[in-house]
Design a protein around this ligand. Structure first.
Ligand code: PFF
Length: 458
């Protein structure tokens, strides 16, 4: 039986609007900032291949399950699962999925907003020409000085939190659809232009070789686990973000097709970012393994040398801010609609409250790059700890619960009639992946995250 409850909080104006919003959530700093630096840290080609396999084998099946829950429940993540559990005679304890998601969203937003603040700072520096003609050594000094200054980081972080709160307080649809429809294609065009620049000016042959030539001798169990965590992060999985967007989806839209499009777009953007960055890293003598500063240093060298780089660089950073901002909206939205539906507060109150919590926790990330770099939690600084906790523990935990709940516990008839996967082979594959491959793989990630290592490759 198809589902025909209508959403209590509105619907997307079209399937395209949902695709754009979900892509707006997925495409963000994870693709352009995080993917290049963790690929750099994890040896290149083999990591990229494993990442793509994780997207296909684990990410897309879990995405289907997550959007399905939202579309069927049509409420906030916690209430959607309670609603579905009541109808399917399942324990209400499955609501924990929603709770994990809300927590993960706010924790991710707390550091995401700090990095988005770096992007804003770099947009303004590029616009004012501060970075013109800079070389690799100069870019490194500027970056080091920048992150050593907690007040400056705090100022940009605060501005980003305020912008996020302002937009979400107006409601998701009005702000988001417009921003995404216009600006995401522009980001894609600029990224392609940057790849061309990198092909002409950078060491493209070696950049491509680094990114696409797999050297599996470097792969350890940990490489696979990091790639998997990145697939969750980049596709916005395991925390209810896509569940919330799915809850605005009208009932006649095909979930599988939509999910495949969103995952493909997301992966395309990450690969383009890699193609743009690595040739320049090599030609300018920067280190692949330099971590979170990689794109800020590499891109400033590229923009500094490029004709018209001041304008192009400014535009690029502005579009990256927009991409970060459409993602941050989806990070905060599960908490906001939960507060509205549960506590009857206004959207503005919920937005201010949620952004304030993320802002406060974000201070921990800010000081982990400077005055608080010695503060360690389980041996990690605060930023690394939050990233680890969310990408490697909370998102996979949410993901595994979602896929087990949907593929094992809900009525197969209902799930089938909603997912409408026509090909029998694909349907069998989806069940196999959702029931078996994804849960086993995710358990593997989490055991490693708590320190139980299976270095099957070493
Ligand atoms: N997918 C976003 C990115 O790649 O930047 C980050 C993100 C957004 C993660 C929403 C999780 C989420 F629910």
């Amino acid at each position: 039986m198809a589902i025909n409850r209508t959403s209590s909080h509105g619907e997307w104006s079209s399937r395209t609007a949902f695709i754009l919003a979900a892509a707006g959530s997925a495409v963000g700093l994870g693709n352009i900032w995080k993917f290049p630096y963790i690929t750099g840290e994890n040896g290149g080609g083999a990591f990229v291949i494993i990442y793509i396999m994780c997207v296909i084998l684990i990410g897309i099946p879990i995405m289907l399950a997550e959007v399905y829950l939202g579309k069927r429940g049509r409420l906030n993540p916690i209430a959607s699962i309670r609603y579905i559990s009541e109808r399917e005679n399942r324990s209400k304890n499955w609501q924990i999925i929603g709770l994990i998601g809300i927590l993960a969203g706010i924790l991710i937003l707390s550091y995401y907003s700090v990095i988005a603040g770096w992007t804003m700072a770099y947009a303004s520096r590029t616009a004012f020409g501060v970075l013109n003609n800079i070389d690799a050594a100069g870019a490194a000094v500027i970056f080091e000085n920048f992150i050593a200054d907690p007040e400056r980081l705090l100022a940009w972080h605060t501005i980003f939190c305020i912008i996020t709160a302002l937009v979400v307080s107006r409601g998701v649809k009005s702000g988001l659809e417009n921003a995404v429809v216009r600006l995401m294609p522009a980001l894609l065009v600029l990224l392609v232009a940057l790849v061309f620049y990198s092909a002409i000016e950078g060491d493209f042959a070696n950049g491509i070789k680094f990114m696409l030539y797999p050297d599996f001798s470097q792969v350890t169990g940990k490489t696979i686990l990091i790639a998997m965590g990145q697939a969750f992060f980049s596709l916005s999985l395991g925390m209810g973000a896509l569940m919330v967007y799915g809850s605005y989806l009208s009932s006649d839209v095909s979930i599988p097709k939509t999910c495949v499009i969103v995952a493909s777009l997301d992966t395309l953007v990450a690969l383009l970012a890699g193609l743009a960055i690595f040739p320049i890293v090599i030609s300018s003598g920067l280190e692949m393994t330099q971590g979170p500063g990689l794109i800020f240093q590499t891109l400033t060298v590229a923009f500094g040398a490029m004709p018209g780089g001041q304008l192009f660089g400014t535009l690029f950073f502005i579009l990256l801010i927009v991409a970060a901002w459409t993602s941050s909206i989806s990070l905060i939205e599960p908490m906001i609609i939960w507060l509205i539906e549960k506590y009857n507060v206004t959207r503005i109150q919920a937005a201010i409250f949620s952004a304030a919590i993320a802002w406060f926790i974000g201070i921990g990330t800010i000081i982990s790059f400077n005055v608080g770099s010695d503060i360690k939690i389980f041996g990690l600084n605060i930023f690394d700890f939050l990233d680890y906790l969310t990408s490697n523990i909370l998102l996979p935990m949410g993901g595994i619960l979602i896929t087990i709940y949907v593929s094992w516990l809900l009525s197969k008839e209902k799930v089938d009639s909603e997912l409408k996967i026509k090909s029998r082979i694909l349907r069998v594959l989806w069940y196999f992946s959702a029931r078996v491959i994804a849960p086993i793989a995710v358990i593997f990630v989490m055991l490693n995250a708590i320190g139980i290592n299976f270095d099957i490759f070493s």
